[in-house]
Ligand binder design. Structure first.
Ligand code: GDP
Length: 376
């Protein structure tokens, strides 16, 4: 495949969704054709030495879109014989693209394009980057759509969504579910609704807390557990106490326990919402995929790309108005009350996670997208 240079501020050992996405994809490409240029980190030496491809670290802590960076990237591309440079994300790092002599592509994740795409001055910079790119890799249909909306025309875009580790997240049989609940200190009987996410307003945990009270009217034994930490914790705790809701906040759960948590629930939900007139939306919602791989049907709020992660009526349900706690409760109840439908959705969700969201499959698609950019 085409030799290329990936330039990014977000690469492991830094932790985060984008870092994980890039690493899971790029480590599966032919290593001789990949060079990564990223920023320093205390653990970088050990991490870089363990990679099958070359990683070069900058001296400065942050790659800023400065003419000096453009010259440095060009020199590196020349030195390593890269036919193409991929800039991640499109803003700010991608801003050096139009001044490069070597062809470039960009990666779009979501927020970094949705917000600049609606601010006039920044939007014209973003559009220059997009129109000069030989190709765009979008981490979902939503960022692709935001990029095309900003530019006002179609883009040479390849949609490569985030993947999921279908071994780490795997379905549990009934005895294992019961054992998992007991290991996690959760009730072994009664319906269990699970949620996992950072505790921030976009994730709609307040709606879930309100919905839990409506669900309890039908299922007095219901329990809702929410894993994750964040600035909203105190507000959510107060709401739980005020409503005497059947909800437990678990705080940050260890990575090893997360697979058990997804697998032992009857339904997974995250009622993500759009905020600030649509400026803030759910990019994709990797937690839905993790739940899907764990064989648990999901209920999502309609926001950004969440409906790409959850196929409405097939792998779960998408609630059109995620601020409406009654509608959310109705969707969760629909799954809790229909064993056949819930089981079929859980199975379909697992199959889809394996078929469409395996990083091996996605990396093949990425390789094809990069080759197509070079042929432009
Ligand atoms: P984002 O944070 O808005 O990008 O939300 P995503 O849904 O895309 O990603 C959240 C990621 O954080 C998922 O991989 C979750 O499994 C992970 N995560 C959220 N809360 C916890 C937690 O309490 N423990 C662990 N181990 N992972 C978590």
């Amino acid at each position: 495949m085409a030799r290329h240079l990936l330039v990014t501020n977000d690469f492991p050992p830094k932790i985060g969704g984008i870092q994980n996405y890039l690493w899971e994809l790029w480590r599966r490409l032919p290593p001789d054709e990949v060079v990564v240029y990223s920023t320093p980190h205390a653990d970088a030496a050990a991490f870089d030495a363990a990679q099958p491809f070359k990683v070069v670290r900058s001296r400065e802590p942050w790659l800023l879109p400065h003419p000096l960076l453009a010259r440095r990237v060009e020199k590196m591309a020349d030195y390593y014989g890269a036919e193409l440079v991929i800039l991640d994300p499109a803003v700010p790092v991608g801003l050096i693209g139009p001044s490069l002599k070597v062809p470039y592509g960009v990666v779009l994740h979501g927020a970094e394009v949705a917000i600049p795409g609606r601010i006039p001055g920044v939007r014209s910079l973003l559009n220059r980057v997009l129109s000069g790119a030989v190709g765009v890799i979008a981490a979902g249909g939503y960022p692709a759509q935001q990029g095309e909306r900003s530019l006002g025309r179609s883009l040479p875009v390849s949609i490569i969504p985030p993947g999921v580790d279908a071994e780490r997240f795997a379905p549990l049989d009934q005895p294992s579910k019961r054992a998992a609940r007991s290991e996690l200190g959760l009730p072994t009987e009664g319906p269990l609704v699970v949620s996992v996410s950072r505790l921030v307003p976009r994730k709609g945990m307040d709606t879930l807390i309100q919905a839990s009270v409506a669900i309890r009217r039908i299922h007095p034994e219901v329990h809702v557990v929410i894993a994750g930490a964040g600035r909203d914790r105190r507000r959510l705790s107060s709401l739980i106490a005020k409503l005497d809701a059947p909800v437990k906040l678990l705080g940050r759960v260890e990575a090893d326990a997360l697979g058990l948590l997804y697998g032992c629930g009857d339904v997974f939900t995250m009622l993500c919402r759009s905020r600030w007139g649509g400026l803030e939306q759910e990019g994709f919602g990797i937690v839905f995929l993790e739940a899907a791989a764990a064989g648990t049907a999901q209920v999502a709020g309609r926001s950004g790309g969440a409906h790409e992660a959850v196929v409405d009526g097939e792998t779960g349900l998408v609630v059109d108005d995620p601020d409406d706690a009654d509608c959310a409760a109705e969707s969760i109840l629909q799954l809790l009350d229909d064993d056949e439908c819930r089981t079929a959705m859980a199975r379909a969700a697992r199959e889809r996670a394996e078929r469409e969201f395996s990083y091996d499959v996605l990396a093949d698609q990425l390789a094809a997208a990069i080759n197509a950019m070079v042929r432009q």
